[in-house]
Design a protein around this ligand. Structure first.
Ligand code: ATP
Ligand code: MG
Length: 380
C-alpha cells in the first residue's frame, strides 16, 4: 500500500451521508475517496478523490481499492457484489453479508427474530399462493417491497384482500412483505458503532417522527422514552450487531406499541438520518464513529452535551427560484444548519437538516417551532 493510500479512507456512494463521513475523516487528517457516478454528488464535491463510475464497474472499484486503506458504504443498496469485489484486495466494513441482510426485508426480519428481537406481524408474498393465503389478521396492512425501498418508497397501504392483490400488481409482483398496520405509540432508533475487536458503543436513543414515510423530526433528550425501554432497545441493537460480527456504524429502527412492546422495524448498515444531531449535540458524532471503526481507532462512548431536536429540510420548502430564508433561521440561538450541496430541490428530497440545541428540551422545542414557522414546515 502506498503512503498516500495508507492515509486515505474510501466510501461507496456520494450522498449526504458520504459527505458527512468525508467531513469527519478529513477532520481527523485522512484523505478521502468517493465512488459515485454523479459528478455533482454531495460527497464527491468535497472529497480529495472522486471516482465517477458505476458501483458495479470493476475498474472503478479497483481504482478505489488502490487509493485507500479501507472502504465503507453510505447506502445499503450498494450491490453486495461490489463490496465482495473490494474485500478481495482491501479492508471493507461493514461486510457484504451484513449489507445483504439489510437489503432484504425478508432476510432482515428472519435475522432479527433469530436474535430474539420481535418484529411486526408479517407475511412473505412471493407467489400467488402466498398472496391468497394472507391472513385477515394482517389487514389493514402495509405492503413493502423486500428490496430497494427507502423513505417510504415501494410501500402501499392496503385495507382489503382485493386492494392487496392490486397493490402487489402495482409493485410488479416483486417479492414483498405484508406487515400489519400497527398503532404506533412512538418510533425510535438506536445507533451503535462496533469495532473490529468487538468493542461496541452507542448513541443515546433517538425518538423519531415520520411524515409521508419520511423522517421529519428527531428528538433526543434524557427521558424521551422510559429508561427500561431505552435499555431494551440498546441491548437489542448491540445483539443484532454482535451476532453479525458487525464492524462499522449500524442503526436499528424500532416501533413502540401502547402495550410497551418493542418491535424492530429495519436496520441500516451505516450512519442514519436520525443520528445527524450527534454532530452538534454529542462529543463524538456517528460519522466520527464510522471513521474510527474503519481506521481501527479506539471507540469511546459518546456523551450528549445538549438536548437536541433535528428537523429534516426537504425540497418541499424550497421556493421556485431561490433558497429558504437561512439568515432568519441562523438568527435563532442554537441553530446548526447543514446543507448537502444539492442544487435541484424536489418534493421529498433530503436537501439538508437543521439541528437545534439549547439548555433545556423546552427551549430547544420552542426554537424548533420558530424555525419550522420561518421555513414553512408544519408544526409538530
Ligand atoms: P426509511 O428509509 O425512511 O427508513 P423505509 O422506506 O425503509 O423508510 P419503513 O421504515 O419500513 O420504510 O417505513 C417508513 C415509516 O412508515 C415508518 O417509520 C413508520 O412511520 C411507517 N410504518 C412502516 N411500517 C409500519 C407498520 N407496520 N405499521 C405502522 N406504521 C408503519
Ligand atoms: Mg425506515
Amino acid at each position: 500500500m502506498s503512503a498516500s493510500a495508507a492515509r486515505t479512507l474510501g466510501v461507496l456512494g456520494g450522498g449526504q451521508l458520504g459527505r458527512m463521513f468525508v467531513h469527519a475523516a478529513q477532520r481527523l487528517g485522512y484523505s478521502t475517496a468517493v465512488l459515485d457516478p454523479d459528478p455533482f454528488s454531495p460527497a464527491g464535491l468535497v472529497s480529495h478523490h472522486h471516482i465517477q463510475t458505476a458501483y458495479t464497474d470493476p475498474n472503478g472499484l479497483d481504482q478505489l481499492a488502490r487509493c485507500c486503506r479501507a472502504v465503507t458504504t453510505e447506502f445499503e443498496n450498494v450491490p453486495a457484489l461490489a463490496l465482495a469485489h473490494l474485500a478481495r484486495s482491501i479492508s471493507v466494513a461493514p461486510g457484504a453479508d451484513a449489507v445483504s441482510i439489510a437489503q432484504d426485508r425478508i432476510r432482515e426480519k428472519t435475522y432479527f427474530a433469530s436474535c430474539g428481537v420481535p418484529v411486526a406481524p408479517y407475511a412473505v408474498i412471493e407467489t400467488e399462493a402466498q398472496l391468497a393465503a394472507v391472513s385477515e389478521q394482517l389487514l389493514p396492512g402495509i405492503l413493502k417491497t423486500a428490496r430497494l425501498g427507502y423513505d417510504g418508497k415501494g410501500q402501499i397501504r392496503v385495507q382489503t384482500h382485493a386492494e392487496l392483490a392490486h397493490a402487489w400488481d402495482k409493485l410488479q409482483r416483486t417479492p414483498c412483505v405484508l406487515e400489519q398496520l400497527l398503532a404506533l405509540q412512538q418510533e425510535c432508533s438506536v445507533i451503535v458503532a462496533r469495532g473490529r475487536d468487538g468493542s461496541c458503543v452507542s448513541l443515546p436513543l433517538q425518538c423519531n417522527r415520520h411524515r409521508n414515510g419520511i423522517l421529519a423530526v428527531t428528538e433526543i433528550f434524557e427521558g424521551n422514552i422510559p429508561e427500561a425501554l431505552a435499555q431494551r432497545a440498546d441491548t437489542a441493537t448491540r445483539t443484532i450487531a454482535s451476532h453479525l460480527n458487525y464492524v462499522g456504524v449500524l442503526c436499528v429502527e424500532f416501533f413502540v406499541l401502547a402495550s410497551g412492546e418493542l418491535l424492530a422495524n429495519e436496520m441500516a448498515p451505516r450512519p442514519h438520518n436520525s443520528g445527524h444531531y450527534s454532530i452538534d449535540a454529542c462529543d463524538v458524532s456517528q460519522f466520527e464513529l464510522q471513521v474510527r471503526t474503519l481506521a481501527d481507532l479506539p471507540l469511546v462512548q459518546p456523551r450528549q452535551h445538549s438536548p437536541a431536536l433535528m428537523l429534516n429540510l426537504l425540497g418541499d420548502i424550497w421556493p421556485e427560484n431561490g433558497e429558504p430564508p437561512w439568515a432568519k433561521v441562523l438568527a435563532l440561538p442554537g441553530a446548526h444548519l447543514h446543507l448537502y450541496g444539492k442544487t435541484k430541490a424536489s418534493k421529498g428530497r433530503k436537501m439538508g437538516h437543521l439541528t437545534l440545541t439549547g439548555a433545556s428540551m423546552e427551549a430547544v422545542r420552542a426554537t424548533a417551532q420558530q424555525a419550522a414557522a420561518i421555513l414553512g414546515i408544519a408544526p409538530f
